[in-house]
Each structure stands twice: as structure tokens, then as C-alpha cells.
Design a protein around this ligand. Sequence first.
Ligand code: GTP
Ligand code: MG
Length: 137
Amino acid sequence: GHKTFTMLKPDAVEKGHIGAILNQITASGFKITAMKLTQMTTADAETFYAIHKERPFFGELVEYMTRGPIVAAVLEKENAVEDFRTLIGATNPEDAAEGTIRKKYAASIGENAVHGSDSDENAEIEAAFHFAGREMF
Ligand code: GTP
Ligand code: MG
């Protein structure tokens, strides 16, 4: 497992944190092998987060993820999925470890600044959802 997929979510982009977050990601040993500024449609977000469609917060999640541009990126590093989830911290920033990206930049469990794939299989699916083959290096 050397690949993961990330999104810098609309709140992080709105607040001007793209540079600081990418700097922390690359300083932590991740190589960026695909990246773009893009905006998800409602259909995109409903598909990407389909696993959560029965959860009470699904509507809020789709609203949030579509309200503005995101940075989508593919990252490479040994043990990428697990190490990236350690770097971003717990889903709820109140529970996130000191120094993690969510601790530093997330406002709440609903607006938590960054996404990280939860398995090697999902990293492949999510990267292919956002990028054509020729956009991944
Ligand atoms: P991702 O990396 O974005 O997948 O986060 P995660 O794996 O840490 O959490 P999970 O997959 O369980 O939830 C996906 C996203 O749904 C979270 O990152 C939040 O943006 C949102 N979310 C999760 N729980 C809640 C909640 O209780 N309320 C709200 N409003 N949003 C939530
Ligand atoms: Mg998740």
C-alpha cells in the first residue's frame, strides 16, 4: 500500500489553508503524484460518500462538500493510507492529536478540513473517481 487519496475540503480552501496543509503533507514524506482544484457536483458527492447515505448527516455532508472548490490529490509513500490518517488525525478535531492537520485546521466534525482514504482498495477507487489515467504520474 503506497498510495492514498486526499481532498482539502471546501472549508480549508475558503480559509486559505491550501499552502500550509500541502506543505505539512510533503514535509511528512508524501509525494504528490496527481493534484487539481475542482468542485464536486451534488451527484459526485452522493456517489463519493454513498457508504454514508443512511446516516443522519448525509444531506449536510453533501451540502458541505459541494459548496466550493476542493483540492483533490493522490499521494505516495510507504504505508500511505495508515500514515496519512495518522497525519490528519481523528474525524472530530476535538479528538485529534496535537499537531495533526485536523487539530490545526478543522472547525468541527462536520467541517474537518481534509479527507484521507480508509483502505488501499478505496484509495484506488477514489483516485480513479477524480483523475484520468493521464493525470496521475
Ligand atoms: P473522511 O476522510 O472525510 O472519509 O473522514 P473519516 O474517514 O475520518 O470519517 P467518516 O468516513 O466516518 O465520515 C466522512 C465525513 O463525514 C467526515 O469526514 C465528516 O466530514 C462527515 N461526518 C462524519 N460524522 C459526522 C457527523 O456526525 N456530523 C456531520 N455533520 N458530519 C459528519
Ligand atoms: Mg472516511
